[in-house]
Design a protein around this ligand. Structure first.
Ligand SMILES: [Zn+2]
Length: 253
């Protein structure tokens, strides 16, 4: 076995030896319209019995994507329109610091209602903001806008972003953004996963936060698809691994 895979399975073995279960979850971003890559994602989830949390851009979403998506896919909200509103000194963000909070919250609530109407009971009221960025002052108001959870990137600093708003992030981005897309490579992806698992095991990161794998179906190359398939196939029968549905992670039934 390749050394990077071996390191992941060695880390999983440490969890098993400690009588613990490593929790994983899968989030995929930037869904809006039906396309072959999205069909491939839902087929992969179905074939490997892996729950997928698909973050959909509400103001671009086409109702058709929810019709044949299969039983393993749940829907999260990916911002509202995915427009970059960053000011000159900000990194890319849909939610610029200068935007009046009431405007942002009104957009978010409209997006939530639209997705809820389109996706029905598959919709989990969790916000995964584009570029994983959201000003902290907005998080405090998400519950009032109808959200139950928030998902960004990196080990969370607290289990609730604000009262009643569970936070469960992703920790392993499999895309090589600096090269414009495609797979980042098994070494980098698996090292990031092993790092988060080890940090949780040693309580340097919140041990209760599931380790999130982040994909973007629209920019996958064959290597990215092959990696995900191998990951799901090789972990699904491990007694010390469980793949969680977002409904479980965010306590929404
Ligand atoms: Zn996005």
């Amino acid at each position: 076995m390749n050394i990077a895979w071996q390191q992941l399975f060695d880390e999983i073995a440490r969890w098993r030896d400690a009588g613990r279960t490593a929790e994983f979850w899968w989030r995929d971003d930037d869904a809006a319209r039906p396309d072959p890559a999205l069909s491939r994602l839902s087929a992969l989830a179905q074939r490997t019995s892996t729950p997928a949390a698909l973050a959909v851009i509400p103001m671009q979403s086409d109702k058709e994507i929810f019709e044949n998506i299969g039983s393993f896919v749940s829907i999260l909200q990916h911002g509202t329109d995915h427009a970059n509103r960053a000011g000159p000194d900000e990194k890319k963000t849909e939610f610029a610091a200068s935007e009046p909070p009431l405007e942002a919250l009104a957009r978010l609530a409209a997006g939530r209602q639209r997705l809820e109407a389109q996706a029905g009971k598959r919709f989990v009221p969790v916000l995964a903001p584009p570029w994983n960025r959201l000003p902290t002052h907005l998080a405090a108001h998400l519950a009032a806008a109808g959200f139950r959870g928030l998902s960004q990137y990196g080990a969370r600093s607290r289990a609730e972003a604000s009262p009643g708003m569970r936070q469960v992030n992703t920790h392993v981005d499999i895309i090589a953004w600096r090269s414009g897309g495609g797979f980042i490579g098994a070494d980098d992806a698996l090292a990031a996963a092993a790092r988060h698992l080890a940090a949780k095991r040693m309580a340097a990161a919140d041990p209760q936060e599931a380790t999130g794998w982040l994909s973007h179906h629209a920019v996958h190359d064959e290597a990215a698809w092959a990696f995900l398939e191998h990951l799901f196939e090789t972990t699904r029968n491990q007694s010390a691994v469980v793949w969680r549905r977002p409904e479980e992670l965010f306590h929404v039934s």
